[in-house]
Ligand binder design. Structure first.
Ligand SMILES: Nc1ncnc2c1ncn2[C@@H]1O[C@H](COP(=O)(O)OP(=O)(O)OP(=O)(O)O)[C@@H](O)[C@H]1O
Length: 327
């Protein structure tokens, strides 16, 4: 996938936040008009311009509701939404131009070719013919050789590429992807992320939801976790993981142990299948050296050591499991 145009050089007048949500609420109503589900319970969220932002949460947390409100597909019940400094209520058309949304559902018109679909989308956004970048975008998402194929004949992965392409026709400064890699092959995933990285390096703000936490950890610099319609964490990835205050010490004994030394009682320690002693500890209160001393005092001869930082998965589980406390 290739690069596309950068953000204008004169960035001074651009807003600090690409997306700003204040007290955002969504109450779905049943056919009888009665409230059936409060999907968002007063979300306050800022996505800094230029960030690569992950919106994470378990099934039903409210991620798609939030994205659909940004995309204008769902009407909020309360609160405010500002896209690139433009309030979606006061100026919905201009606000919508600021974002390109790649929806979760593979909705497409089967009777248009990929090229026609992009031309049509550009027309809907009022992009003048002279400024259209249909070929460039098709090339960027790897669909140039399928440009004249009807969408109904494209594979699932290619349809997903077409959705990404459609979201980019108006060169939005903010690209929002709702589970773009669900069910797509490794190669597409890789090329899609490489392209999003390029866009981000050029100043485009990228917001994504994904169930692949490793993906979010590798790509994103900021992360928000929502659970039951509320933000339970929002910060830079590094700060969030540091706040977990959790590390693991992995010690390989010179001689295989039959059991854990009793002197380790009271620690969060276990012997793993490879015979390593795994000790989980809080780096703010315990030094790895102290743990090694305890092992040596117990007569364990140490062949090798390693430490492992907590990861996003651990944070996610801690914040979204039943009865969890915010980190
Ligand atoms: N149209 C609707 N009418 C009533 N309830 C809805 C509607 N759409 C979503 N919900 C409910 O709102 C809550 C949030 O759903 P949403 O789809 O936003 O979650 P999500 O975080 O995107 O989940 P997933 O990861 O499974 O896509 C869920 O309890 C869902 O059942």
């Amino acid at each position: 996938m290739t690069a596309r145009r950068p953000e204008p050089a004169s960035a001074q007048h651009l807003p600090a936040n690409a997306i700003e949500l204040k007290g955002l609420e969504k109450i779905y109503r049943g056919t009888d008009g009665q409230p059936s589900k409060q999907a968002l319970k007063g979300i306050d969220l800022e996505v800094p311009r230029g960030s690569f932002f992950a919106l994470l949460g378990p099934n039903g947390a409210g991620k798609s509701t939030l994205i659909n409100i940004l995309a204008g597909l769902v009407v909020k019940s309360a609160g405010s939404v500002s896209l690139f400094g433009i309030d979606i209520e006061r100026n919905p058309r201009r606000a919508r131009l600021a974002i390109g949304v790649v929806p979760q559902e593979l909705n497409f018109d089967p009777f248009f070719t990929a090229r026609e679909a992009l031309e049509l989308q550009a027309g809907l956004y009022g992009v003048p013919r002279s400024q259209r970048r249909t070929e460039e975008i098709l090339a960027a998402v790897g669909l140039l050789d399928k440009a004249d194929a009807y969408a109904r004949l494209l594979s699932g992965g290619m349809r997903r590429r077409l959705l990404v392409a459609k979201a980019l026709v108006h060169s939005p400064p903010v690209v929002i992807l709702d589970e773009p890699t669900a069910g797509v092959d490794v190669e597409l995933r890789r090329s899609l992320w490489a392209y999003m990285r390029q866009l981000n390096a050029q100043g485009v703000t990228v917001v994504l939801t994904t169930h692949y936490l490793e993906e979010a950890e590798q790509l994103c610099d900021r992360i928000a976790i929502i659970n039951h319609g509320e933000v339970v964490a929002c910060d830079t990835k590094d700060t969030l993981i540091r706040r977990l205050d959790s590390k693991e010490l992995l010690v390989t004994p010179a001689e295989r142990l039959q059991a854990l030394p009793s002197s380790l009682a009271g620690l969060d320690a276990a012997l793993d299948e490879q015979g390593r002693v795994r000790i989980r500890y809080r780096p703010s209160g315990t030094r790895a050296g102290e743990l090694l001393d305890r092992l040596r005092d117990a007569g364990v001869s140490i062949a090798d050591i390693a430490t492992r930082e907590a990861d996003l998965e651990e944070l996610f589980v801690r914040l979204t499991s039943q009865g969890s406390q915010a980190a």
